[in-house]
Write a protein that binds this ligand. Sequence first.
Ligand SMILES: Cc1ncc(COP(=O)(O)OP(=O)(O)O)c(N)n1
Ligand code: TZP
Ligand code: MG
Length: 520
Amino acid sequence: MQHLLTAGAQRALGLAELISGASEAEATDSRHLLAALAHEESRAAEILLAHQIAQAMILQEFELTLPGTEAESDLFATQVPLELSQAIQRFPALRDVLNQALEQASQTSLPVEIGSEHLLWGVLKTEGPHTQWLLSQGAISADSVEATFQSQNQHVAEPIDVDFAFRTVPATVSDQTNTFRTIDAAANRLREGLRVVEDFLRFTLDDAHLTRLLKSTRHQLTEALQFIGQESLIASRDTLQDVGTAISSTSEFDRPSLEHLVKANLKRVQEAARTLEEFGKLISVEAAAIFKQMRYALYTLEKSVLTCVSSQHRLEDCQLYLLASENLCHHGSGPAIRESLAAGVRIVQIREKELSDRRLLEHGRRVRKWTREAGAILIMNDRPDLAVAIDADGVHVGQDELPVREVRQIVGSRRFIGVSTHNIEQARQAVLDGADYLGVGPTFTTATKNFTEAEYAGLDFVKQVAAEITLPWFAIGGINADNLSAVLEAGATRVAVSSVICNHEHPGEMTRDLLEQFAR
Ligand SMILES: Cc1ncc(COP(=O)(O)OP(=O)(O)O)c(N)n1
Ligand SMILES: Cc1ncsc1CCOP(=O)(O)O
Ligand SMILES: [Mg+2]
């Protein structure tokens, strides 16, 4: 039986071959194909992008080179569809990848057509240096994308409609020069804006994770401009004749705070990316596709940066977070909550696993009243619906519970969403998913929640998060008055505790003990 590749998959293989040639490799392998898949405007590129994996990062990691703009491949001509057996013959080092792709494609379409997303699946299913790297960068693996295939109950055989074959060149020389001028100006605006945001991330937020993401966006710009041609851009530059240089709006000088400044520049870079994408389509569809990727990456980055800034303000006074559970408390959780609020706790979580919904609602309303009177934040564990019902300030969810996007639909934009994380990849992902704060642990062994020995993230995880994440986070798990100083030394500035306060004969006293250690 014939198994055909879609036009997008075929072009990706063609580009993979060119990349392996430009990188002077002996054979076209998974790394080259991965770089090519990230380049195409295709389902594979969308999946990679959703995991924050850009082509520039792949090229850098595996020391690959993109072919020159003039490089062509017979595989780009899609009038002659490639058959799987021909592809295997031409790319022997990709045999396993292609067979895995076939297996996945066979589950969703008849007649079988292998698309770029199936090639990506094949790459993820085949062990190699790229698999570990992908997992560490974007937490992407065959398992994590499997749902994408399962949700495609109706497979659409056509590739995403892109006009690679119909590269449009502006009709007149003057149109062409003006297009290059526009691209040159927008690229400069984008580069400068990215620099401003990067300096903010480095020197004000001091956030290594977001700085790294922004850097990879800057690399994408360089990569896209290679398709346009630096010489053409410089040749068409005409700053003296640019009517825009004399026009400045008062709002351009209106930056009352660092936050305004970074917001304005985030908007500016998105606008510049849109201009590049639109005008880029007239010169190079490849470049336009990268500009589009950049625009989406910048939206995610904007959200993460602004959430980080606003959560830092909103959680400014919240160093000690109490998780209150009835079954841990000597005299019920009510007195523990009220005493610790009186002693200075500014954020409380209702963590009840055994109460019926009706009792949880009643209890929640009482705790809402106490926390409101104390001016403290109230978070409901596990239950976005009940968070809304009791008008809590937020909800906390674990790795196996509803994802942030779904929780946001329920609790709205102003409530906190806290996410538990147990390793650095989960922490990075939660930042990009739009969490407002993180739980980081377990730090020490605890009787409050069951973990296997292997699940103890320990102080090393606390140190990792401290080194790169500035979205507010709380170290959690087995923290008490004796080991708190070690947690703070590891870089935590906030901790969440349960048994040490709930179990104490005088919860207020223990709260004061712990809070005093933050003041030292
Ligand atoms: C602040 C904070 N961090 C972590 C957790 C744990 O949440 P989860 O992993 O969902 O486990 P349960 O608490 O639901 O058993 C938390 N609740 N709060
Ligand atoms: C809910 C939870 N998640 C990670 S550790 C933990 C338990 C925290 O309780 P304690 O402070 O009693 O160890
Ligand atoms: Mg939970």
